[in-house]
Design a protein around this ligand. Structure first.
Ligand code: SAJ
Length: 407
């Protein structure tokens, strides 16, 4: 594939920005598009607006090479990659407004031979919908334009390595679209590429995250059963996992992030009567923060003026991402219910998120200060920083370790 070709990436978030930068360092001319003016300005200065290991270095070198620029508007290109959010709205209905807006934004810039790739995790049928929308607006492109789904599969915290090394599933709206997309991704992916149709690619991605959600739900349900029976869940899991065909995941305070807590609902929405296990798993994981709140309240009731250290706010360890974080939900509800003074420790952020701002009983502080002042220590995220807590001093506190790091 000729590297002088141009790619327009719509959405410069956790997926779009690493992808755009990687492609630019591989020799493509890339214009990254985002509606966030501040993000566009920062990227054009060679800086970043999100936290991901080594992404700052990659973006800087992509911008310095002259191959990456950011813009508020799309431009004509050979390839268009859509990497925008696909959240859900009320009643867990898929919200495709960002995908629709991205499609509308690129329509005027499309020309014969272009390939449009949807990377956003999407409900079954979304790629076909994009293709039809394009053809409805640009009838002259019928049979002359290609659309495919190539779902992103990278794990936050390991994005740069996984972008290159992960296997990819690519499904076009027709055979020619699949072939074109396979050719593009083969130019920068080291993993294997598996061609299929658009709907299969869409469902495969949703199934990957639903599978993980169901497995985490098993661990979370087990943790609640063990609490009820007064049995150490970490020991049960350790022993059960000694069996050659058992591999139970880790319980936590709930499931967060913009993927696993969202995507299974797209399957439930598509086949409501048949997705019983997937729906129940979602409900089990969504109920876990309530269980943790109940445990903290139970302990807090022993103190006249309880002071509670809430360790971690992000949705998982060693990242700054607070989206759908169960830890944020737990702190917010403890604050609403005025359970006590809440000392929040989150080493990856500089200010509390909007949901926790301007609350008299919530303050962001450092680990040492929270640890010394608190009566109760609620470990909500297994950040590496928290592993080094003094075990002797922990014995003086009431400890609720939702991630089992001190178990
Ligand atoms: N969690 C547990 N226990 C575990 C594992 C995870 O409670 O044993 C929790 C985490 O703390 C977090 C949530 O689950 O709150 C999700 O974390 P994760 O690391 O399992 O996954 P994500 O959401 O960061 O990324 C997932 C990945 N999907 C799969 O592993 C199948 C990633 O490969 C996808 O690209 C990503 O979703 C996505 O963008 O869809």
């Amino acid at each position: 594939m000729k590297r002088s070709r141009k790619i327009c990436v719509i959405g410069l978030g956790y997926i779009g920005l690493p992808t755009a930068s990687l492609l630019a360092t591989k020799g493509f001319k890339v214009v990254g598009v985002d509606v966030n003016e501040e993000a566009v300005r920062l990227i054009n200065d060679g800086k970043i607006h999100i936290v991901e290991p080594d992404l700052d270095i990659l973006v800087k070198s992509a911008v310095n090479s002259g191959n990456l620029s950011a813009s508020l508007k799309p431009e004509e290109a050979d390839f268009f990659i859509i990497a925008v959010p696909t959240p859900f709205k009320d009643g867990h209905q898929p919200d495709l407004s960002y995908v629709e807006a991205a499609t509308e934004a690129i329509i005027p810039y499309l020309s014969e031979g272009n390939l449009v790739v949807l990377e956003s995790t999407s409900p079954v049928g979304t790629t076909d919908m994009i293709h039809s929308r394009i053809l409805k607006a640009r009838k002259e492109l019928e049979g002359r334009i290609f659309s495919a789904h190539c779902p992103e599969r990278v794990l936050p915290g390991h994005i740069l390595r996984e972008l290159v090394d992960n296997d990819r599933i690519i499904g076009g709206v027709d055979k020619a679209s699949t072939e074109k997309a396979v050719e593009l991704y083969s130019s920068f992916v080291n993993g294997s590429i598996f061609p299929t149709n658009a709907k299969t690619a869409e469902l495969t991605k949703l199934v990957e995250n639903s599978y993980r959600d169901v497995n985490i739900a098993f661990a979370n349900e087990l943790s609640m059963i063990c609490y009820d029976l007064d049995i150490n869940v970490w020991e049960v899991i350790e022993f059960a996992n000694k069996h050659p065909r058992v591999n139970i995941l880790k319980p936590g305070p709930g499931v967060g992030g913009h993927c696993i807590a969202v995507d299974p609902w797209f399957v439930v929405h598509a086949s409501p009567g048949l997705s019983r296990l997937i729906k129940t798993a979602r409900e089990v994981n969504d109920s876990k923060p309530v269980h943790v709140i109940h445990r903290i309240k139970e302990k807090a009731a022993r103190f006249k003026e309880p002071c509670i250290a809430c360790l971690g706010l992000s949705y998982k360890a060693n990242i700054d991402d607070l989206r759908e974080s169960p830890a944020v939900e737990i702190v917010e509800r403890l604050s609403d219910e005025k359970v006590g003074r809440l000392l929040v420790v989150e080493p990856h952020i500089e200010a509390l998120p909007k949901a926790l701002l301007k609350r008299e009983n919530v303050e962001l502080t450092d680990f040492a200060s929270a640890f010394s002042k608190a009566d109760i220590i609620a470990l909500l995220v297994d950040h590496t920083d928290f592993f080094k807590a003094d075990r002797e001093k922990l014995k003086e506190k009431v400890v609720i370790d939702t991630r089992g790091i001190w178990a």
